[in-house]
Design a protein around this ligand. Sequence first.
Ligand code: GUN
Length: 293
Amino acid sequence: MAEVIDGKIVAEDVVQKVKALTADLIAKGKAKPGLAVVIVGEDPASQVYVASKSRTAKECGFHSLQHTLPADTSEEALLKIIGELNADPAVNGILVQLPLPVHIDAGKIIQAIAPQKDVDGFHFINVGKLGTGELETAFVPCTPAGSMLLIERVRGKDLSGLNAVVVGRSNIVGKPMANLLLAANCTVTIAHSRTKDLPALARTADILVAAVGRPEMVKGDWVKPGATVIDVGINRIPAPEKGEGKTRLVGDVAYAEAAKAAGAITPVPGGVGPMTIAMLMANTLASAYLAAG
Ligand code: GUN
C-alpha cells in the first residue's frame, strides 16, 4: 500500500516557519506582512476558502485585510479597490478570490494587480518568470507550489529525469505545475480532454498529478507501480450511504484503487488542499521581505 502524504502536517510546518520568520521581521523593526483578500459575491465555497485564508494570515502574525463586496460590484469599483491596495504600503499581497461574477472580466482584474503583490502568481509577469525559469523572483501559484513541496517530501529534491504527467491544463494548476516539474528537470507531459489513450499515458508517469475537477477519474490501473500520485481535485459528490441529501469530498483520483499501486499518494481532503493556504502565506512573507529590502 502507498505511503499517504499528509498535507496537513507539511502545511503546518510551512505555517510555523512563516510565523517564525514574521516574528524575526517584526523584531528587526520592519512592518508586519500584509495580506488583502478580496471576495465578490456569495459563492459558499469561496467564502469558506477566504475565511480560512484570513484566519491563517492572522495566525502567522500578518496584518490581514478582507474586502467583502456584493455580487453586483462593478468592474470599475473593483479596479479602484485594486489600485488602492497596490498603493498601500501596508499591503504586500493581494488575492482576488476566483471565480468572479460573470459581468467582471477576471483577466483584467488579475492584470491590474501589481506584479510584486501578486501572491497568487497569476499576473503575466509572474507567469512569464515561471515559464522562463526565473523562479528566484517569481510568485508561483500556491496550489502547484504546494504540490511540489509534497512531491519533494517523498522523492527528495532531485526529480531529474523522472517522467511526470499532469492531467489538466488550467492556468491556476495544470500549466504552472508542468512548468515547475520541468524546472525540476522532469520529462513532462500535459494531458487534457483531447489526449489519446490517457490511461496508457498516465501509466508512464513516475509522478502523476490530477487536476481536472472530475470526481475519481484517474483509476487504479492508470497508476504505474510505485508512482507518486498528487490529487489536486476537490469534488463534492452525493453520499446516500451517509443519509439522504448528504455529500462527501473526493479527489480526481479513485483513491482506494490508486493507493494499491502508488508508492505515495495524497488523500482528499488533507492532501494538497491545506498546502494552498500555507503557500499563500509563504508568498506573502516573501513579498514582505522583498519590500523591506
Ligand atoms: N479559486 C480557487 N483557487 C484559487 C486560488 O488559488 N486563488 C484565487 N485567487 N482564487 C481561487
